[in-house]
Design a protein around this ligand. Structure first.
Ligand SMILES: [Mn+2]
Length: 289
């Protein structure tokens, strides 16, 4: 299941070559074909891997080490430039294979539309699926400039597929009036804040299969400027870590996760990809049981 590593001669720190022995699989989705503002997230997965070398193996938050677990880094999916529909099919096919092999998928984006085929595959395997979505943007549009395959639409598609009451959104602070009205009516919608409402909601999710999708722009641009659609007024990296740890310590059955929209070229300090690598480490240690 190792992919052509089109953008990466590198792997996430301490990942194993042994697919069969690995419970979790990290895979990259280097797609940014439908973004409405600044492109560049296709280079996110490779750069997150490269900076992961700077991480400690040990998490003092969780008192666990990635040296004590086995996970596989598949590299990046080879996606046809400019063909969003075909790219989404390729992502869906790949994730279907991971789930058939009983792996825990950890996706690296790429723009947020890459999560849509993942949602479909997770729901096919887990009909009781709930989605926990951390983002600055609701991503609840039906279309953008007439285009339904847009990075502003994946959570709308998810809500229509699995039911809006199975979607939980946190940290949202941007969107159209129509999106916000739709969210308030149809979604478990917790705008502006993340940790406090998440802690209240997690008991509801006990025992349920939960997919966690994180757009790095849920962070304030002062913590993560390297993203296509930076939005002022976000949470700190400390709060995002607290959110990941709250989910990890809850009784929700996390069945997969992704981290999307890291666009390294907009962050010469590299803080964005460095915080993303740390979040991946904490999700590996906290979510993969
Ligand atoms: Mn976003």
């Amino acid at each position: 299941m190792r992919l052509d590593q089109a953008y990466s001669g590198n792997v996430f720190i301490c990942s194993s070559d042994d697919y069969a022995a690995s419970k979790a699989v990290i895979y990259g989705m280097p797609m940014d074909f439908t973004v409405s503002f600044r492109p560049g997230s296709r280079f996110g997965p490779a750069r997150i891997r490269e900076v992961s070398i700077g991480l400690e193996e040990y998490s003092p938050y969780l008192d666990k080490s990635i040296l004590d677990m086995t996970y596989f880094d598949a590299g990046d999916l080879l996606l046809p430039f400019g063909n969003a529909a075909r790219s989404l099919d390729i992502i869906g096919e790949y994730v279907r294979g991971l789930l058939a092999d009983d792996k825990f998928p950890i996706g690296l984006g790429g723009e947020h539309l890459v999560s849509w085929p993942i949602f479909r595959e997770m729901y096919a395997k887990y009909p009781d699926l709930a989605i926990v979505h951390l983002d600055a943007h609701a991503d609840l549009r039906e279309q953008y400039e007439g285009e339904p395959l847009s990075h502003s639409t994946p959570l709308r598609k998810a809500a229509e597929l699995i039911g809006g009451k199975n979607v939980y959104q946190f940290g949202i602070r941007s969107g159209s009036r129509e999106e916000w009205a739709y969210a308030r009516e149809n979604i478990n919608f917790y705008p502006f804040e993340v940790v406090e409402p998440l802690r209240k909601v997690l008991p509801e999710l006990a025992g349920r299969p939960v997919y966690v999708t994180i757009d790095i722009d849920v962070l304030d641009p002062s913590c993560a400027p390297g993203t296509g659609t930076a939005e002022a007024g976000g949470i700190t990296s400390k709060e995002l870590l607290q959110a990941v740890h709250a989910i990890a310590r809850s009784n929700a059955n996390v069945v997969g996760c992704d981290l999307v929209e890291v666009a390294p070229a907009y962050d010469p300090t590299e803080q964005t990809q460095i915080v993303a690598a740390k979040i991946i480490r904490e999700m590996l240690l906290g979510f993969v049981k």
